[in-house]
Write a protein that binds this ligand. Structure first.
Ligand SMILES: *Cc1c(COP(=O)(O)O)cnc(C)c1O
Length: 425
């Protein structure tokens, strides 16, 4: 399968090139031109996870990889489950946080790292990525001590939780981290500018591990199938999925799953007060506002990177706009939602609580709701403890890094400063 640059349609590359380059020219996103539906979805849903994921992904990645390589990659990447937990009589949480850094981004990061091991050709690659919290940890852990790969992670200083920060800034070795005096959108912009600088791209073998990298999204397509496979058979046609959204990678993956034939009745794009997409869906106008800090900080994004991919699937007639609703959930409602979940006997965290609030507002009588649990509650220990008035023990992955020293350097929002840093090292 070829991947087309959504801004420059004549630019068509292989999976390997799309993964290695990250972005195409003019900062265009790589994306398949057309998705083919998979035959016998019911049969697919009966398969064990690894076999199912191979069947889903083979078509997308087989051009550059042998069957054995694909098998290795999928076994490495999908080494932990996506568990569907019943919350009340009509909703489930799809728990995506059972990987090494306790957030769904482990799926994409591990898959991308596994692919790049085959694609690096023994040349040095520099992974430059911006994080609003959880990408940093997932990418740092997936690429830690991988030969030939240098990782540089930018994050907005003071805008992510201390636990999140400790998970990726304390590793050292091939992982370097920069605390930027700005917002996540500023960090994202610096990454984009770096990709525009061809001399820089060539000099350091620049690549990105953000959800602009198509490999991350493809890995995420698989757990939507895993979710539906875990539903009782008689409920499979009634599923509505609410996705807590920031950069809209997760929702893009879900929509791809439906274009492949997975029965999902509709999607709810739920954001916090950074509501560019829900407003756009209502008014048709794309008007990002200044990003505001919220309890669900991994979704504090007002110019979501992946939206052009969703827009493309709609424009090309592969996904019906009517199957997508948008909700924006404010901070008060987020807290109420977290408390509602807790009284139903389900301990959650702010991102999933946003998704659950969107779902509750939208779900109809005969429907089954699934909201995505994107992070482990302990990753947001402080706010969860305060809102619910409880004590949360730290899981091992977090307890291990809490006393370690933060190794980041600080930087202003300056491309020149970033460039010198990257070139000099
Ligand atoms: C990254 C992240 C999100 C947002 O996902 P997108 O794919 O960027 O929309 C939601 N919740 C958590 C916990 C995250 O880390």
């Amino acid at each position: 399968m070829k991947y087309q640059n959504l801004k420059v349609p004549s630019e068509k590359v292989s999976f390997k090139a799309a993964v290695r380059q990250g972005l195409g020219s003019q900062q265009g996103l790589f994306f398949p031109r057309k998705f083919e539906t998979i035959d016998n979805i019911n049969g697919l849903l009966e398969l064990p996870t690894i076999e199912r994921n191979k069947a889903i992904l083979a078509n997308f990645i087989s051009e550059d990889l042998s069957a054995t390589e694909i098998d290795n990659i999928i076994r490495q990447a999908f080494s932990f489950p996506a568990e569907l937990k019943s919350v009340d009589d009509k909703s489930y949480c799809l728990e995506l946080f059972h990987g090494p850094t306790l957030a769904f981004k482990d799926f994409g990061a591990k898959f991308m790292a596994a692919c790049l091991k085959y694609f690096s050709n023994d040349k040095k690659i520099t992974i430059l990525t911006a994080t609003s919290g959880d990408t940093g940890a997932a990418v740092a852990h997936a690429f830690f001590e991988v030969p030939n790969i240098e990782v540089v992670i930018l994050y907005p200083k003071g805008k992510i939780s201390t636990l999140q920060e400790k998970m990726f800034t304390t590793l050292g070795n091939n992982i370097r981290t920069i605390a930027v005096n700005g917002t996540f959108d500023d960090c994202q912009q610096l990454v984009k500018q770096s990709f525009d600088d061809q001399a820089l791209v060539q000099a350091i073998g620049l690549n990105s591990a953000n959800s602009i990298n198509i490999s991350r999204l493809l890995a995420q397509v698989c757990y939507y199938f895993e979710a539906i496979a875990q539903l009782p058979v008689e409920r499979r046609e009634q599923a509505v999925v609410s996705v807590p959204s920031g950069n809209f990678g997760n929702l893009t993956a879900g929509i791809i799953a439906t274009t492949l034939g997975l029965p999902i009745k509709r999607f709810i794009a739920t954001t916090n007060i950074n509501d560019t997409v829900p407003r756009y869906l209502k008014t048709g106008e794309w008007l990002p506002k200044e990003t505001q800090a919220t309890l669900s900080n991994a979704m504090d994004v007002s110019s979501p990177n992946n939206w052009p991919r969703i827009a493309y699937m709609i424009e090309s007639g592969q996904f019906a706009k009517e199957q997508l609703e948008g909700y924006s959930i404010d901070e008060t409602r987020t807290q109420e939602s977290l408390k509602e979940l807790h009284s139903a006997g389900y301990l959650s965290e702010p991102h999933a609580a946003v998704a659950f609030a969107g779902l509750s507002q939208s779900l109809e009588e005969d429907e089954i709701g699934i909201f995505l649990g994107t992070a482990h509650p302990a990753k947001f220990k402080q706010s969860v403890e305060e809102i619910l008035d409880i004590n949360l023990p730290l899981p091992e992955a977090l307890a291990n890094c809490i006393d370690k020293e933060i190794l980041s350097i600080e930087m202003e929002v300056s491309f020149e400063a970033l460039r010198s840093f990257l070139v000099l090292e």
